[in-house]
Design a protein around this ligand. Structure first.
Ligand SMILES: [Zn+2]
Length: 290
């Protein structure tokens, strides 16, 4: 199987720039679909040996890739989406959404939490890239180390005093703790306190908290962006499953290769409904494993 990046200098350049939040999100989801589909084809080619001789041509050109067309002529910065993601090396934002240079204003911090410095970056982007910026997105990921640390601190506070006594770690864990508590409360509401004894409770809590942490960050991000003069900006959230690289707003109950990003919950009641849906999905998947 050959992957060919082909530049044809005589091919007309088509620049597609999203003009609405919906178009921006569709562009991101299409990019994620391309990545997931490419991974799938390469895995099939390696495992089944049926990719021999197959090839795929990916047309490239400097302008649509967001790179300078003339040496030394820097382009104006014009991202169509602001994306807050985790620093985890397995989830580089541009690659997850198959986007190019100058497409995304990316903020990456462990646990994709919205700290003070991040808010400054959001404010800068919203004020300076208002013409091009159409959507803001938070993307968490499964198996997140920062969320895992928050869950372990929640479950055994005394065993993790090293986190409590380390200020930088504590600030990170404190921000994620809201999502962990929300997940734990939702498990209690939907499955009763007895569910704490389930052998997979810790794993379930981590899985649910990852989704809720992204949803909470999107809610906060939308509020911050709107206060920075962008009254109509919409924030979305999703979680990248590092086993498939597919981005979804909830754990998928059936195998799928369709990405999905959702709008941030609009208030406390919709957040609680979302928490119930996510823990129910997590437990359904646990039951399916048995
Ligand atoms: Zn992470």
């Amino acid at each position: 199987m050959e992957l060919i990046y082909r530049y044809d200098p005589y091919q007309p350049v088509v620049i597609q720039h999203p003009d609405t939040p919906e178009e921006a999100v569709t562009t991101l989801m299409s990019g994620n679909r391309r990545l997931v589909s490419m991974i799938d084809r390469m895995q099939k080619a390696s495992l089944d040996g049926n990719g021999v001789g197959a090839s795929e041509v990916i047309p490239v050109d400097l302008v649509s890739m967001g790179l300078p067309f003339i040496r030394g002529a820097a382009l104006d910065q014009a991202p169509f989406a602001l994306v807050l993601g985790c620093s985890d090396a397995r989830v580089p934002i541009e690659s997850v959404f198959d986007q190019s240079f100058n497409d995304l204003f990316a903020i990456r911090i462990a646990g994709n939490v919205l700290g003070t410095e991040c808010i400054g970056s959001v404010d800068y982007a919203v004020r300076n890239f208002g013409k091009s910026l159409q959507a803001i997105v938070v993307v968490g990921h499964t198996g997140c180390g920062a969320v895992t640390a928050a869950v372990d601190t929640y479950l055994s506070p005394t065993a993790f005093t090293n986190i409590a006594l380390t200020h930088p770690l504590r600030t990170l864990v404190d921000r994620i703790m809201i999502a962990v508590r929300a997940a734990a409360n939702a498990f209690d509401r939907c499955f009763g306190h007895e569910f704490h004894k389930h052998p997979q409770y810790r794993a379930a809590l981590i899985h649910a908290a990852v989704y809720l942490n992204a949803a909470i960050a999107a809610f906060d991000l939308q509020r911050e962006a709107r206060s920075a003069m962008a009254a109509n900006v919409k924030a979305y959230y999703g979680v990248c499953d590092i086993g498939t690289m597919l981005v979804r707003d909830q754990p998928p109950l059936v195998p799928t290769s369709d990405p999905h990003l959702s709008l941030a919950p609009k208030d406390a009641a919709s957040f609680m409904t979302l928490a119930n849906e996510i823990v129910t999905a997590v437990v359904t998947l646990l039951d399916a494993e048995v």
